[in-house]
Ligand binder design. Sequence first.
Ligand code: C2E
Ligand code: CA
Ligand code: CA
Length: 277
Amino acid sequence: AKGSGVSGVSFFDHTANEGVERQHQIDLALKKAPIPGEFSLVYQPQYTAHSKQLIGMEALLRWNSSELGFVPPDAFISIAEENGVIIPLSEWVMKESIRQITEWNRRYGLSLAMGINISPLQLDDPRFVSKLDALLAEAGAEPKWINLEVTERSAMKGEKVLADLFKELSRRNISLSIDDFGTGYSSLSYLKRFEIDYLKIAKPLVDGLADNETDRQIVQAIVMIATALGLRTIAEGVEDESQLAILDHLGCDEIQGYFFGKPVNPQEFERLHLKRE
Ligand code: C2E
Ligand code: CA
Ligand code: CA
C-alpha cells in the first residue's frame, strides 16, 4: 500500500473495504458539518439552444469539509440521504437558491428560473409544498422563478401522492423537470399522468451525439415525445459546438453544459452571465 490517507487508509489500496471506510468517514463528517458553514452553492447557466439567451441556472451543492477537504456531491448526496442530513441540507439549498434568484431577478429586471435539485426523500415530506410556499413568501419570489429537478427514480414511486404533489406545484406555476431523462428505468406512461414541464436529457446521451447514431436517434425520439406531450427539453453536459448544433437541429429547446459555462460561485456567475446582458 502506498500513500497513507486519512485515518491511515491508503488512497491507492483499491480494496472493497476502502470504499466502505471512506463512506464511513463521509457519514461521520456529514453529521458534524455545520450548515451552511461548510457548504456553498455554485450556479450553472442554462441557455436557449437556438437564440442563445440566458433563461436560468441550476444550483449545485458544494461541500468543503474541515476534515475531508472537498468532497464532490456524487460522493456525499446518497450518504446524506441515508443518514438524514439531506433534510436540513436541502432546506438550506432551497432557501439560499430562492433568495439568490430573487436578488438577481430584481437587480437585473429579469425573470430567470432557478433549477433546484430535489431529493426523493423531500418529496415524502407531506409539508413539502407548504415549506416551499413559506420560502417563496419569505424571499418575495415569484413561483415561476423556480424549477424543481426530480429524477426518474422519484417519479416512479408513490404514484398518487406524487401526481397530487405535481399538480399542486403546477397550479402555483412552479415548473418541474425530470432530471437525467433517458437513463435508468424510464416509464413513458408517467409523462402523461404527471404534470411535468421539462425533460432534462441526460449527459451520457449528449456525450454520444456526435459519433453514436443510436444516441442521436434516442435524443431525437425524446424530443419528439416531448413535443407531442407539450413538454420542453433541456440537454445537460453539452461541451462543444457540434453537440449544440445537433441538439438545435433536433429541436431541443435549451442547453446546459460547459460550452455555455461551468458551475461557478455567485460573484462569477454575475460577472460572466448577468452583467453582460
Ligand atoms: P445533476 O443534477 O445531473 O447535475 C449535473 C452535473 O453535471 C453537475 O455535477 C455538473 O457540474 C455536471 N456538468 C454540467 N455540465 C457538464 C459538462 O458539460 N461536462 C461535464 N463533464 N459535467 C457537467 P455536480 O455538481 O458534481 O453534481 C452531481 C450530482 O449531485 C447532480 O447531478 C445532482 O444529482 C447531485 N446534486 C448536486 N447538488 C445537489 C443538491 O443541492 N441537492 C441534491 N439533492 N442533489 C444535488
Ligand atoms: Ca439536476
Ligand atoms: Ca442531470
